[in-house]
Design a protein. Structure first.
Length: 392
């Protein structure tokens, strides 16, 4: 007896179009959800990232047979204390910089006046070189009064205008202006700021519960899958965690190196507030695509307080640019890029996408989020093609 093999059912073009339409609608819904719920999702991503970073610090306490909840509380408390001391030091430097703002504004006004005077001088010289002399001082034509004569005539006519004898003759004019929506604007601004602060206040609690309940959450999450899928999900979980740690720690090490070198250079040239300007310039230099101008702004702004020579500003800009180029072209691929494995085109598109949806914080989270998606694609067999598309 011959066995009949079932023939596969062909997929009709109408079904393909319906699947494509459902996929487009699903992607649009996800993008809309990420945009309108950006405060919630940013808070969750930041909390998950911090939890992945702090999780290895629990190992020494767990080896001492300390309960995981107690170890998580100690690690979170130490992390908050370090952040508080770091913020206190930065606040002390920043408060001193704020006191110098009158001097800074005065120097800025002087600089703007000097630049405007030089621009006017260049315009006059250009006018004298380009325009022939016979057109620069044209003689008055008959019937057309000279500018001074016309100005005097206008002044004499203005003097002959009769003045009302009494205020009663002046008609009363009432202008009804529309009320400015100041309260509405302030309410909207405070409301958005309040939402950010509210979500940020949940981060320490989220991190603590993610650390203390990590084993329970991981087991419960893996139980949602069965068979070989559970193993794949476990590898994806570990891959995302390793990638996040490698990316954040690599950026921190590189930023610390730049901050140390920048602070040493700023200290050598006696730049004001170098303990604040050095770390800011070093870590801002790591921001993708806009790191170089961002790294120059704090140093140049601090230099306006004391420096008068343009050469010192050129030297500061050159040193910051050299540090940025060396870090991003030589050190970054070895310290960070070798563990992320994203091609430049994907990085650029990811920065555009997450920057459009989440703003400035999206530029900082774009690469770790995209690298996390790639880590999942690398561990799921059906998504290997997407992983190769994202990879280098």
């Amino acid at each position: 007896m011959s066995t009949l093999t079932p023939t596969p059912t062909p997929i009709l073009p109408v079904q393909k179009q319906s699947h494509a339409g459902v996929t487009i609608l699903a992607v649009a819904a996800i993008v809309a959800l990420l945009y309108f719920g950006r405060v919630f999702f940013i808070t969750m991503v930041v909390a998950i990232t911090i939890a992945f970073l702090l999780d290895p610090l629990l190992t020494p306490f767990l080896k001492l047979r300390m309960p995981r909840a107690v170890a998580s509380f100690i690690v979170c408390s130490v992390a908050l204390l370090v952040l508080y001391l770091l913020g206190l030091g930065l606040y002390t430097q920043f408060s001193g910089f704020v006191q110098e703002l009158p001097t800074f504004s005065q120097r800025m006004n002087e600089l703007v006046d000097n630049v405007a005077a030089r621009v006017d001088e260049v315009e006059k010289r250009t006018y004298q070189v380009v325009i022939p002399k016979r057109f620069q001082e044209a003689p008055p034509q008959p019937g057309i009064p000279a500018p001074d004569t016309a100005r005097r005539k206008r002044g004499s006519k203005a003097a002959e205008v009769p003045v009302p004898a009494s205020p009663a003759q002046i008609p009363e004019v009432r202008i009804h202006t529309e009320p400015t929506p100041l309260l509405t604007y302030l309410y909207g601004y405070i409301r958005s700021f309040y939402d950010v602060l509210l979500m940020a206040s949940f981060v320490p609690f989220l991190v603590y519960f993610m650390l203390s309940w990590r084993d329970h959450i991981r087991r419960s999450f893996l139980y949602l899958f069965s068979g070989s899928e559970r193993q794949v999900v476990g590898k994806s979980w570990q891959g995302v965690a390793d990638m996040v740690r490698a990316y954040v720690i690599g950026n921190f090490i590189l930023g610390l190196m730049l901050a140390t070198i920048s602070s040493s250079f700023f200290f050598s040239i006696r730049l004001p507030y170098w303990p604040l300007v050095g770390p800011l310039s070093g870590f801002l230099s790591l921001v993708p695509y806009v790191g170089l101008p961002l790294a120059m702004i704090p140093a140049l702004a601090a230099g306006l307080i004391v420096y008068d020579q343009p050469a010192i500003y050129v030297m500061i800009a050159v040193v910051v640019a050299v540090l940025h180029l060396v870090a991003m072209n030589l050190l970054y691929p070895k310290v960070v890029g070798s563990r992320v494995h994203l091609n430049p085109l994907v990085v650029t598109v990811a920065l555009m996408f997450w920057g459009t949806i989440w703003g400035g914080i999206g530029l900082l989270l774009a690469i770790p989020i995209t690298a996390g998606i790639k880590a999942v694609c690398d561990n799921v067999t059906s998504l290997h093609g997407y992983g190769r598309l994202l990879g280098d």
